[in-house]
Design a protein around this ligand. Structure first.
Ligand SMILES: [Zn+2]
Ligand SMILES: [Zn+2]
Length: 123
């Protein structure tokens, strides 16, 4: 029980500290520093239950592993670095695309994913 609590705390801290959506493998790498010996099966189980508790939400990008981020954030989009494969959060949505919706169409939702190189990979 004590061990489980510690591992769960490590997983939550890994996600809170990253500030971006993480894959289970990324959570594992980060959580290992706080909970040595933690395994990938524990990570998968914890992420699933944290999502069920609505503490996390899933982030799905086409052709990518499911990522997880903190629930309850304001509307935002993601930037996917094609080199390091990290996904970053963008704070804003300018919604300029509203002007390209054809006359008479009713826009209901949108998905925007930006691809490129993050600051580290671009330098
Ligand atoms: Zn990168
Ligand atoms: Zn948006």
């Amino acid at each position: 029980m004590e061990r489980n609590t510690n591992q769960r705390r490590a997983i939550k801290k890994a996600i809170e500290d990253s500030g971006r959506p993480m894959t289970p493998l990324e959570v594992l790498e980060s959580a290992q520093a706080l909970a040595p010996g933690i395994g990938i099966a524990t990570i998968y189980r914890a992420l699933k239950s944290l999502a069920e508790e609505k503490w996390l939400v899933t982030v799905e990008l086409p052709g990518e592993a499911t990522r997880y981020e903190l629930a309850g954030k304001a509307h935002h989009h993601h930037f996917c670095c094609r080199q390091c494969k990290k996904v970053f959060e963008m704070a804003d949505c300018h919604e300029t695309f509203r002007s390209i919706v054809p006359e008479g169409f009713k826009l209901e939702s949108h998905e925007i994913i930006l691809y490129g190189l993050c600051d580290k990979c671009a330098s």
